[in-house]
Design a protein around this ligand. Structure first.
Ligand SMILES: [Zn+2]
Ligand SMILES: [Zn+2]
Length: 342
């Protein structure tokens, strides 16, 4: 089978590998569609702790169950599935309290030690597969993972009916966060981004207002829309200079700032203002099974709008080009995918 190997930093090679055999409790999955996540661009640049070359990356994926290993009884071969791509030790303090995403031994499909979905077939515990309905397109199946990341972030924020939200970044994760916020009852959802294309996509899925960051301060826009009070929650789904200053200014007294994106460098925080407004700065890491289950449900409900978020599809042979499009933002895009099989 074909596998896209990240051989070294900025270096892909399409190699030939034997199709893996599913072990005890595992399933062999044939890849349909798999998306390129921002974390994989970090891996491509040699800046991700778990995606270090040599590795076959890929974790946002839909596929078909080809074969079950001993002891696995479902989903039946032939079932089309979304994939919950995260595993943890199951016995540590954090796993036991239902937060496998915080397990020190957590890892994802597509980390160096677990070949991911940028190839034709991969193996995974069968319990991590979620059947999807016929009417849901393959590429929406591959978006259930980023949607679960957004849903986890809105759960961390404990959004209530009528809340207002500002989201920095209208890439896939930002838009998924907006959708989750709307589902939890947020009434004002302000999307920011540098690209009008992404703002349009955000509006089509979930945003009530949009703000192009090139046209001035997002904080001012948020304060204006909330009569100077500030929004209840600000989500950071981007890495832009001065973002924390704006987030603290845009958030109300006792409001939340939730950090979702990946940061290579430390970012200054205006602690004095944050303290004076008694704001809460929260981290949000990936998702757990509750988020993923909810994500599968919501993706079925919103499949038509979500389908529009996959703006480019490439073959594995075109990996270099596909990664350039994501990394350089050389074309309007939300999620870029590989179509691996039909
Ligand atoms: Zn991802
Ligand atoms: Zn654990």
């Amino acid at each position: 089978m074909k596998a896209l190997l990240l051989k070294d930093t900025h270096q892909f090679e399409l190699i030939d590998m034997p199709v893996p055999e599913p072990g005890e409790g595992q399933a062999l999955v044939r890849v349909l569609t798999t998306c390129i996540c921002g974390s994989e661009v970090h891996g491509y640049h040699g800046k991700h702790f778990g995606r270090k070359a040599p590795a076959v990356m890929g974790h946002e994926v839909s596929g078909v169950v080809e074969k079950l290993g001993a002891g696995a009884s479902s989903p039946a071969p032939g079932t089309r599935v979304a994939v919950m791509p995260q595993t943890s030790c199951g016995v540590c303090e954090w796993c036991r309290q239902g937060s496998p995403n915080l397990c020190p031994q957590r890892y994802m499909l597509g980390f160096t030690k677990w070949p991911g979905s940028f190839e034709e077939y991969f193996v995974i515990p069968a319990t991590m597969l979620y059947p999807i309905a016929d009417y849901v397109p393959d590429q929406v199946g591959a978006l259930m993972e980023p949607l679960s990341v957004g849903l986890h972030a809105v759960r961390r924020a404990k959004i209530k009916q009528g809340d207002s939200v500002l989201v920095f970044g209208s890439g896939a994760i930002g838009i998924m966060t907006m959708l989750g916020a709307r589902e939890m009852g947020a009434e004002v959802v302000i999307a920011t981004d540098l690209y009008d294309f992404n703002l349009k996509a955000a509006k089509a899925v979930a945003a009530t207002h949009t703000h192009n960051a090139r046209s001035g301060s997002a904080a001012e826009c948020a304060l204006e829309l909330t009569n100077g009070r500030g929004v209840d929650h600000v989500f950071l789904a981007a890495d832009a200079p001065g973002m924390l200053e704006q987030a603290v200014a845009a958030t109300r007294i006792h409001g939340n700032i939730i950090v979702i994106a990946m940061y290579d460098k430390s970012v200054p925080v205006p602690l004095q203002t944050l303290k004076t407004k008694e704001q809460c700065l929260l981290g949000s890491v990936t998702f757990d099974a509750t988020d993923f289950t909810r994500s599968v449900e919501l993706a079925h409900k919103h499949y038509a709008v979500l389908n529009q978020l996959v703006t480019h599809t490439f073959t594995l042979e075109q990996a270099e080009e596909a990664f350039q499009v994501v990394d350089k933002h050389s074309e309007d895009q939300v999620r870029v995918a590989f179509k691996v099989s039909e």
